[in-house]
Design a protein around this ligand. Structure first.
Ligand code: URA
Length: 431
């Protein structure tokens, strides 16, 4: 397929027809046009952004480039939850089992992490035996049995996005809002969702640096989603400090299970608070509950009754994990302690993310292997008071040699104030 006429339309600031965008998505999905033509179109689309109508057409074209799951065998409502990703963001691992325990059905496609924001698929790969290559049939049959199933990017669902995403990554075109929106929503449509609840993160540890950027992304996802027949709700959440206590793949799985088991120690309290908010929004948006207080009660019951935790274990087992779960453990551990007294003023998520990459716990390039064992467990968050000698954070490393540089990074990340510091708000819903 020769994409030159389509590239020329974009280069000359023209408007694409739906057929242009279908051709483009088919070419990306089937490999019938050369990568250099797709890359040229991506750069033209980066420089001359798609309109909202074109973004919706591209979204539908990418969703239709592979199979579209028909969730008809599953009880309604059909919901998906999506986070734009952040440091220590294990919200998906907490929210999905809660929603399944509350009676929703979810089939979800999720991504791998790159750079400072980790990916849900990488966290799940920390669980020995966990499979993320489920076929569409396996996804449906598992979701019928336990209410949820998850897969990584595959040739079956939205394959055009798989190709375009990989090319965007190596052509400096990831940052285009219409390309981000169509990429996210095409996967939701392909996986059969009707309602999508988004956790759009902003701040030093997120893809979107400012709240204004996050707001623009949330609005565009809502508006384009509507044009494609999706109901989209969103929370904007701050990612200036890591979310919860753990940062690192296996450690975050452990924390998710702790939170589902009712633990609210220290920084875990905020991880649970955000998960509750996202879950309650999903339960109301999908029509399962009429009001948010009712939905929050249902979330609290799913946790206190143990049903959400049980659902997580059933989910892990259904996707291949051996029970009892034996998550990999780092061989070296040390606790960093406060060398002065005061209130925590800052816990810089970006420095923490870099320190995790230094430990081997994330990917700087697509082909990097991840050490699932390493990471950090925070004992404190912004606003906490500490005395000299109090624990600040536990470092989990692969070797002794990694400890000193990690400690130095964390000392830079954590700043104290002699005055009390109030906790910054974690989320808001105005966009
Ligand atoms: N997540 C996606 O799926 N696509 C993007 O482009 C960005 C985040």
């Amino acid at each position: 397929m020769d994409l030159r006429p389509i590239i020329a339309v974009r280069r000359d600031r023209g408007i694409h027809s739906a057929e242009d965008l279908t051709q483009l998505a088919v070419a990306a999905a089937t490999g019938s046009a050369p990568d250099y033509q797709l890359a040229a179109w991506l750069m033209a689309a980066f420089l001359n952004p798609l309109t909202e109508r074109e973004t919706a057409d591209l979204t539908l074209a990418m969703a239709n480039s592979g199979q579209r799951l028909d969730l008809a065998p599953l009880p309604k409502p059909w919901v998906d939850k999506h986070s734009t990703g952040g440091v220590g963001d294990k919200t998906t691992l907490v929210v999905l089992p809660i929603l399944a325990a509350c009676g929703l059905s979810m089939v979800k496609m999720s991504g791998r992490g790159l750079g400072k924001t980790g990916g849900t698929i990488d966290k799940l790969h920390a669980i020995p035996g966990f499979r993320t290559d489920l076929s569409p049939t396996e996804l449906l049959s598992q979701a019928q049995k336990i209410g949820l199933a998850i897969a990584g990017q595959s040739p079956d669902l939205a394959p055009a996005d798989g190709t375009l995403y990989a090319l965007r990554d190596v052509t400096e075109t990831t940052g285009s809002l219409p390309l981000i929106v169509s990429s996210i929503l095409s996967k939701k449509l392909a996986a059969g969702a009707e309602t999508v609840v988004l956790d759009v993160k902003w701040g030093r540890g997120a893809f979107m640096a400012t709240r204004e950027d996050a707001r623009a992304l949330a609005r565009s996802l809502r508006d384009v989603g509507q044009r494609c027949g999706l109901r989209v709700e969103a929370i904007l959440s701050s990612m200036d400090e890591p979310l919860g206590a753990a940062v690192g793949n296996a450690l975050e799985v452990t924390e998710a299970l702790d939170v589902l088991g009712g633990s609210t120690d220290g920084p875990r309290e905020r991880a649970l608070a955000l998960a509750t908010e996202v879950a309650a929004l999903a339960l109301v948006a999908s029509g399962k509950f009429g009001t948010e207080p009712e939905a929050r009660d249902a979330v609290a019951h799913a946790i206190t009754s143990g049903q959400a935790h049980d659902r997580a274990m059933a989910w892990f087992a259904a996707q291949g994990a051996e029970l009892p779960l034996l998550l990999p453990i780092a061989p070296t551990r040390t606790t960093l302690r406060a060398d002065q007294a005061g209130w925590i003023r800052d816990f810089d998520a970006e420095i923490v993310a870099d320190a995790l990459l230094d430990l081997g716990g994330g990917r700087r390039t697509k082909s990097d292997a991840i050490d699932p064992r390493v990471g950090f467990v925070r004992a404190v968050s912004v606003g906490d008071r500490v005395a000299v000698g109090d624990p600040l954070v536990e470092i989990h490393a692969a070797t002794e040699a990694q400890i000193a540089p990690a400690e130095a990074s964390l000392r830079r990340a954590i700043k104290l104030s002699p005055e009390p510091v109030s906790r910054p708000p974690l989320w808001d819903r105005s966009f």
